[in-house]
Write a protein that binds this ligand. Structure first.
Ligand SMILES: N[C@@H](CCC(=O)N[C@@H](CS)C(=O)NCC(=O)O)C(=O)O
Length: 335
């Protein structure tokens, strides 16, 4: 292995791993994509603090986990062609979209992955093929069946349930409509370059292309399908756009998805964490949405708030966030 080479332990079926791989490709960081398999599981485990992918092994032997801090760290080491849009307004909205993608955008991906039989079968087969490339077909089939059995009951962890199904599916349709419209006249969310927000949103939708039910939905949105393809090997083809240039179609998406879903959900989760309640219910677009309390989402919401508080001369950004109905949740503790 070359001295400057990074290794990404991941899986084609792990959106967060694909997010990191696309980032490394865009930045031209020398790396090896190493699908985590049964054979290399012990090597992965020797470096992993958490049993999660992606894991990036640096040339100096240190290991990085968690896609957002990985991208932040790599941005500091490889500052050319930054993924941060060039105004404070668009830069923050990009970070906000990444947070939405990681924490809420993951829900429809995971829900559709394990809700219907056709999707369960397609994904468990694909995961087995990736995890045990040299096993026989019979062994792969047995593993896929076991894996499927293990994953389906986990749906409830991310809030996929009979109660929440309609809201998740209905709002996913809205999301695809709004995103498809936004991508009609630009290559990436903020113009001619991929941003942090692009990496966060795209990877969950790439996961959706691996599941028959959502693959069809994405095929019907040609601008999204083309953007997902582009994001697998991103390349800048123009400059950043200003907030004024993107707001016409990005504001409706922020209102519907970030103000309408992510924030009320994440704040209800934060309140439950504070009060040490194991589950919580948020009212989202008029529906009651109940799920288990999530520690990670509490921490990433706090990181987003800290990022906001650290911005000097915030007035233009505050106006943008006010219009997007996203200001109050960032400044008020008990909104
Ligand atoms: N916040 C983490 C989430 C990572 C994560 O949830 N990874 C999933 C796959 S997408 C995982 O490793 N699940 C357990 C497993 O695959 O063994 C990140 O951004 O990297």
């Amino acid at each position: 292995m070359a001295d400057d080479q990074y290794v990404i332990y991941g899986s084609e079926y792990s959106p967060f791993s694909v997010k990191v791989r696309s980032y490394f490709r865009y930045k031209g960081v020398p790396h090896e994509w190493r699908p985590r398999t049964q054979e290399n599981y012990a090597d992965f485990q020797a470096h992993a603090k958490l049993p999660l992918i992606p894991l990036v092994l640096c040339p100096d032997g240190t290991a990085l986990q968690d896609s957002t801090p990985i991208l932040e760290k790599m941005e500091s080491l490889f500052p050319a062609t930054p993924i941060t849009p060039d105004s404070p307004e668009t830069a923050f909205v990009s970070a906000l979209l990444e947070e939405y993608g990681d924490e809420w955008g993951n829900k429809p991906m995971f829900h559709y992955r394990w809700w219907r039989e056709a999707d369960q079968l397609a994904v468990s087969k694909g995961v087995a093929a990736g995890l045990m490339p040299s096993a026989s077909d019979k062994e792969k089939e047995a593993f896929a069946a076991q894996f499927r059995e293990r994953m389906v009951p986990r749906l409830s962890f991310v809030g996929s349930s009979e109660q929440n199904k309609d809201l998740i599916e209905r709002t996913f349709d809205d999301y695809l409509d709004l995103l498809n419209r936004h991508l009609q006249s630009r290559s990436y969310l903020f113009g001619g370059r991929p941003s942090l927000g692009d990496f966060g949103l795209f990877c969950q939708l790439y996961g959706c292309t691996q599941q028959p039910t959502t693959a069809i939905m994405i095929e019907e949105k040609p601008n999204i399908a083309a953007w997902i393809d582009r994001m697998l090997e991103p390349d800048a083809d123009g400059e950043w756009q200003s907030w004024e240039e993107v707001s016409g179609t990005l504001l409706p998406l922020l209102l519907s998805q970030v103000a309408g879903l992510y924030f009320p959900w994440a704040l209800a989760n934060a309140r439950a964490l504070k009060e040490e309640r194991p589950t919580f219910t948020a009212t989202l677009k008029g529906s009651e949405f109940t799920q288990d309390t999530m520690k990670y989402t509490g921490r990433s919401l706090q990181a987003l708030k800290n990022r906001f508080s650290a911005i000097e001369n915030r007035q233009p950004l505050e106006e943008v966030l006010l219009a997007a109905e996203c200001l109050k949740p960032l400044v008020s503790e008990d909104w």
